[in-house]
Design a protein around this ligand. Structure first.
Ligand SMILES: [Zn+2]
Length: 322
């Protein structure tokens, strides 16, 4: 009995020292974190993002400098290539799309989830999926002045508890000007991951970094007994349509795969590459991936909606005919 327990503890210890993490969102924060965590030799790092690299990313995302400019390249593809080349012990797995409800099943393959996305809708989806899968998670965000890190799991308050009690105070990083995350901030997140695998995680603790004063304060978040996500299990999320405005353009996820060959015939002036359909329309560009993710530049929100609904209607019509 004692021996069994001893062996079990040994196994736990070796398992906990290394681990598998899923990084969702590799913009300014996520990409800096990937650069920082690589020396920790984790067993596996999963990387989720549907975005492609654009010139406007480079000023606050040095991770992507040196990308192949003449070709549309996804952030995930670039990251796997860059990190995979130097990695000895860590396996990198890429998911070249935005995280949606359909992806909840992937969480079971990881020990800890890191949410570096830049909008409330994504965080809400990730938060609920983590609660249902009983996976601990770190949610992190930045705006122009400060960075926030919150560690939840093990029955603590969740992201939705914070959101429902801070109406209007949580900004969407993607719609506001974001700062470049400081080294202290990224080190803190990396340290939190390390603590987790050493069984020293502090669930329910929110840490806020003030970038201008280089100061930090922490507070404990109380679980909300009315929270639809962690207390009542009644949260309704509609992620069929998903539109967000970011520095790199307008992002949208159709939440389903698209037949790019069909769309190439429909969209005038489009060009089909292995991964994308690229539409160049006099200063306005659309990148459409097979997974159904869009990045539109030069369009306003109404024009984007019009284009997106015409594309989706055409795609459904073609699928119905087939
Ligand atoms: Zn909650």
């Amino acid at each position: 009995m004692y021996l069994n327990k001893f062996i079990f503890n040994l196994e736990m210890a070796s398992f906990m020292a290394k681990g598998r993490i899923l990084v969702i969102g590799i913009g300014a924060m996520g990409s800096a974190f990937l650069e920082n965590i690589k020396s920790k030799d984790l067993d596996e790092i999963g990387i989720f993002d549907g975005d492609i690299i654009t010139e406007s990313n480079l000023f606050n995302q040095p991770f992507y400098s040196g990308y192949y400019r003449s070709k549309a390249q996804s952030k995930v593809e670039f990251a796997l290539d860059k990190l995979g080349k130097t990695s000895k012990n860590t396996k990198y797995t890429g998911y070249d799309r935005y995280f949606g409800k359909r992806d909840a099943g992937i969480l079971k393959d990881y020990d800890l989830i890191l949410d570096f996305t830049d909008n409330i809708k994504s965080r809400t989806i990730i938060n609920y999926a983590c609660i249902k899968a009983k996976k601990p998670a770190i949610y992190s965000s930045i705006n122009e002045r400060e960075g926030t890190v919150y560690f939840y799991g093990d029955g603590s308050a969740c992201f939705n508890c914070i959101l429902r009690n801070s109406i209007g105070k949580i900004k969407e990083g993607c719609e506001s000007h974001t700062a470049i995350p400081t080294k202290d901030f990224i080190d803190f997140i990396t340290q939190s991951v390390d603590d987790f695998f050493k069984d020293k995680a502090e669930f329910g603790k929110l840490s806020v970094f003030d970038f201008s004063k280089a100061g930090r304060f922490s507070l404990n978040i109380k679980k909300d007994s009315d929270c639809e996500a962690c207390s009542k299990d009644s949260l309704v999320i509609d992620d069929d349509e998903f539109i967000q405005i970011c520095s790199s353009g307008i992002k949208f996820s159709a939440g389903k795969e698209l037949d790019l060959g069909n769309l190439a015939g429909y969209l005038k002036g489009s060009r089909l590459t292995e991964e994308y359909l690229i539409v160049d329309n006099g200063g306005r560009t659309a990148f459409i991936s097979r997974q159904g993710d869009f990045l539109l530049t030069g369009y306003n929100k109404d024009e984007a909606r019009e284009l997106l609904s015409s594309i989706l209607a055409y795609d459904s019509k073609k699928k119905n005919q087939a």
